[in-house]
Design a protein around this ligand. Structure first.
Ligand SMILES: [Zn+2]
Length: 162
């Protein structure tokens, strides 16, 4: 499947930039600006080519200032609860103060991993044969979206991160 991936080089570049951001921060925690530049470039490439990034990657990037969120270095993590039942992990960016709340639920299933998402994928016309794993489906989805973007059609996001 990997050799069929249309935007393989772009994905490799995203991967490189993400790792580079981690690398410069681990060498010197003062390199926040450089890490932010890498993450900003990563975000720009992904947006331009309409490539979907994994939620685990998205959750470590600040939505507002594109900082790489490393707990204790560039971000704080706190546990919060609502109505004494639902518990959240709140990650707060130390650069801009933007925070994101992630529900503490080990049984939570992302939309992309649910069977409904695969059915929705199956119904699209001119689609490739259905594979068993969600990541492969998502790659096909990304290829289609990027094709649509090049044809000047505004892609409609149907898959959500959280
Ligand atoms: Zn931020």
């Amino acid at each position: 499947m990997a050799q069929n991936l249309k935007d393989k080089e772009a994905y490799q570049r995203l991967n490189y930039l993400y790792q580079a951001a981690h690398c410069v921060l681990s060498e010197n925690p003062e390199n926040v600006e450089l890490a932010r530049f890498y993450c900003f470039t990563q975000k720009t490439i992904a947006r331009r080519l309409v490539l979907r990034q994994d939620p685990s990657v998205k959750r470590t990037l600040c939505k507002k200032c594109c900082s790489l969120l490393i707990p204790g270095v560039t971000a704080t993590t706190r546990q919060r609860s609502k109505f004494r039942k639902t518990r959240f992990t709140v990650v707060r960016c130390l650069s801009c103060g933007q925070s994101k709340a992630l529900l503490n639920n080990p049984d939570y299933c992302l939309w992309a991993d649910r069977p409904e998402a695969q059915l929705a994928q199956q119904k699209q016309p001119g689609d490739k044969p259905l594979n068993n794993t969600a990541p492969q489906l998502l790659r096909g989805w990304c290829e289609e979206r990027s094709g649509a973007a090049m044809a000047g059609v505004e892609p409609t996001p149907t898959l959500r991160e959280e």
